[in-house]
Design a binder for this molecule. Structure first.
Ligand SMILES: [Zn+2]
Length: 174
């Protein structure tokens, strides 16, 4: 009886250890993602202050930020000046090559079709976004636009990313 209890305890303990190890790894990834998303959010806030739709992006390679940008369609009078497009151009110029395989893009709002296409051409390996965009997001209209091997994660700091967009459009309606 006593031995059985000991075995049960040992098994239970082992289960917990394995589980918590996985949880720690996921936690670390989430922490990293939230850290870089916060930098993208800072970019989005800069856009907001400039009267631009508040979308921000950063591109990370080997744990380092190699490009950061925010939406500048009004400032540049250019409908293609989305945060992701500017960040892709900047990252490619920084790396001295057009392909961004191995890089991660963090963007506060789900990319549109144009940006998803550009991310596909650039072979971006991982895309992490904050808020989903049901009206203009690529996942509804062009779910295959990204590179076939690209990994996508949505919903990182979602509430903050969404709140900034809502504040912007609420201000516009006034
Ligand atoms: Zn876009």
């Amino acid at each position: 009886m006593c031995q059985q209890n000991a075995l049960q305890r040992a098994d239970g303990h082992k289960g917990r250890t394995l589980q918590s190890k996985n949880a720690v790894m996921t936690d670390e990834q989430t922490k990293r993602d939230e850290y870089f998303m916060r930098l993208a959010l800072n970019e989005a806030k800069a856009a907001y202050e400039e009267g631009e739709i508040p979308v921000g992006a950063v591109i990370v390679a080997n744990g380092r930020v190699i490009a950061r940008a925010h939406n500048q369609t009004e400032t540049l009078h250019d409908v293609t000046a989305h945060a992701e497009m500017l960040a892709i151009t900047s990252a490619a110029s920084m790396l001295g090559g057009k392909y961004l395989s191995g890089c991660t893009l963090y963007v506060t709002v789900e990319p549109c079709i144009m940006c998803a296409g550009a991310l596909g051409w650039a072979q971006m390996s991982r895309i992490v976004y904050g808020a989903a965009d049901e009206k203009r997001g690529y996942s509804v209209f062009a779910p295959k636009a990204l590179h076939p091997k690209a990994k996508v994660e949505g919903g990182i700091l979602e509430e903050e990313c969404k709140a900034l967009m809502q504040a912007f459009f609420a201000g516009k309606r006034k």
